[in-house]
Design a protein around this ligand. Structure first.
Ligand SMILES: Cc1ncc(C[n+]2csc(CCOP(=O)(O)OP(=O)(O)O)c2C)c(N)n1
Length: 558
């Protein structure tokens, strides 16, 4: 049922539609282009307004919120400068399949196409990195556009929607009925396809499941873990999707992406059946489309995805199944087949992962991050939310941290630096009762670290582990391999990060030796608010498996 409410401004209609759709928080840097929206928010206590310091942070926080809730994260930014700053976060949401809606204040309709102040053709600009990008021309159609935005952002493969809002349209007053909330659609799998899946499994000798994508929930993870454990099927997580199922599941086999367990890779190469569940089998997960090849000769591929457009797009699927993760997982959990004999490989793969994820202290390394992650494991609960951006530093947590049921990992599969701190602010706002940790490199932190001011403004409790090797280390690693001993554009002169954190009102300590990390962590966990442990590491320790010397040794060309 739709309801008329009398004449309202476009800004008021928009905010009412968001409220109706259950939006309880927006992220923004304000602009004069959407004052009517800010004014409507003034009288809307149901929607918390998080004022950020840069639009990259706005969009990353909205993405993180979408990842945590499964509902679109909502962001508001201003014309050209705000929208282009936010575009990095739209790209994250696109590659990460996160539901998100970005609203952009736009020039007045009568001034369009004069290249007015900060004007950009936003639908054209965002078209390649958004699921849908449009402009609302008529305040009377706001309910229609917002309803479609919620549907598009969440249906099939979730993703970002961008809506431009001409400022005069937001000030117009019209009498238009609200639309009811857009319900989540649930695509259940075809029972015939599930029967076929069980027939394939009955014929299989060595099946492996690869799980990932953006459609997971605690419910989906719970049921899928039950199903996989019941039949002993090893579960590998795709790149940065390690919380899709609780890692305590007795058949969890570790993660793919950068630096995976070679035994897991071998297991996947030798598998006769691959169950790709929710994942697109992207470049990082498949090691450049080689671990599982698009035509996978000798392997049967069952591909389960919520979006029919992803089935057969890159990978040939012997059995394509279109279904939401929650529906699929619950169906296969309920589908008991007494003729399907349990595989032993699941427990074997889990044991291999437990060994692989156990850090050993390395000789001659002054500050060794493996034991630091082990110290975190001993002290922090299983529901801790770990957030990171991009850089080799993240590899220690990907390998040694054991993730609980989602949401416990906020990390961009798009490999975007600067994501971790804003994501941790969003996590602390959404789950104030849980420990939240942002893991950042020195290069990574400096991209959006100013959002610590947002954390301070809203009294967020979060811990930053800042890994400072004075370098854009990942690029240095590639450089040493391709052009050994010819450093170019990868060295960094950094501020004193502990002093910087204190300037934001936080507590901080600098650590230079492994033995000093655990006491610093204890001190940090004893406090509230912003805490930062500044870990000074040696760039020579370029990843958890490699040193620069080793890389140079390998890359001699002569
Ligand atoms: C926004 C963005 N810019 C550039 C890159 C390319 N890039 C990937 S990792 C990296 C260096 C990261 O440095 P740091 O955060 O210090 O971590 P480290 O690799 O040293 O552990 C760069 C520049 C990127 N992924 N994202």
């Amino acid at each position: 049922m739709t309801k008329r409410t009398g004449a309202r401004t476009g800004g008021r209609i928009l905010v009412d539609q968001l409220k109706i759709n259950g939006c309880d928080r927006i992220f923004t840097v304000p602009g004069e282009s959407f004052l009517a929206v800010l004014d409507a928010l003034h009288d809307t206590p149901e929607i918390a307004v998080t004022v950020c310091r840069q639009e990259g942070g706005v969009a990353y926080m909205a993405d993180a919120d979408g990842k945590m809730t499964g509902r679109p994260g909502v962001a508001f930014v201003t014309r050209g400068p705000g929208a282009t700053n936010a575009s990095a976060g739209v790209h994250v949401a696109f590659q990460d399949s996160t539901p998100m809606i970005l609203f952009i204040g736009d020039v007045a309709r009568g001034d369009r196409d004069r290249e007015g102040f900060q004007e950009i053709d936003f639908p054209a600009f965002f078209a390649p990195i958004a699921k849908w990008a449009a402009r609302i021309e008529d305040a009377a159609r706001i309910p229609e556009y917002v309803a479609r935005a919620y549907r598009v952002a969440t249906a099939g493969r979730p993703g970002p929607v961008v809506l431009a809002l001409p400022e005069d349209m937001l000030r117009d007053e019209v009498d238009v009925p609200d639309r009811p909330a857009v319900p989540a659609l649930c695509e259940a799998p075809d029972p015939g396809a599930i029967q076929a899946l069980f027939e394939i499994l009955k014929e299989a000798c060595a099946p492996v499941a690869i799980i990932g994508g953006g459609d997971w929930s605690p419910r989906a993870g719970h049921h899928l873990a039950n199903f996989a454990f019941r039949y002993g099927i090893p579960l590998a997580a795709s790149f940065r999707r390690q919380d899709s199922v609780d890692n305590k599941c007795g058949v969890y086999a570790g993660n793919l992406g950068y630096g995976p367990n070679p035994k897991l890779q071998q297991r996947i190469r030798e598998a006769d059946v691959i169950l790709a569940i929710g994942t697109r089998l992207g470049e990082a997960t498949t090691d450049g489309y080689t671990l599982v090849t698009p035509d996978h000769p000798g392997q049967t591929l069952v591909h389960v995805h919520p979006d029919p457009n992803e089935l057969g797009r890159v990978y040939h699927a012997d059995l394509p199944i279109c279904a939401d993760m929650g529906e699929f997982a619950e169906t296969v959990d309920d589908w008991i087949d007494p003729d399907l004999v349990r595989f032993h490989a699941g427990e074997e793969a889990h044991k291999e992962w437990l060994d692989w994820s156990e850090p050993n202290a390395r000789d001659g390394v002054k500050l060794d991050l493996g034991p630091c992650v082990a110290a975190m494991r001993e002290r922090l609960p299983h529901d801790t939310i770990i957030c990171n951006g991009a850089g080799n530093f993240s590899g220690w947590w990907h390998r040694y941290w054991r993730y609980g049921p989602m949401p416990t990992q906020l990390a961009p599969t798009s490999g975007t630096m600067g994501y971790g701190v804003p994501a941790s602010v969003a996590a602390a706002l959404r789950f104030g009762d849980r420990p939240v940790v942002a893991v950042a490199g020195d290069g990574d932190f400096m991209m959006n670290g100013q959002e610590l001011a947002t954390a301070a403004q809203y009294g967020c409790d979060l811990l930053v582990i800042l890994v400072d090797n004075g370098s854009f280390g990942t690029i240095r690693m590639h450089q040493e391999r391709e052009y050994p001993e010819r450093l170019s554009a990868t060295e960094l002169t950094n501020p004193d990060f502990a002093v910087l954190a204190r300037a934001y009102g936080g507590w901080a300590e600098t650590v230079e030796k492994t033995a000093d990390f655990a006491p610093a962590l204890d001190a940090a966990l004893d406090k509230k608010g912003i805490r930062l442990i500044h870990c000074k590491t040696d760039v020579e320790q370029i990843s958890n498996a490699t040193t620069i010397t080793k890389i140079r040794g390998k890359s001699k060309r002569a």
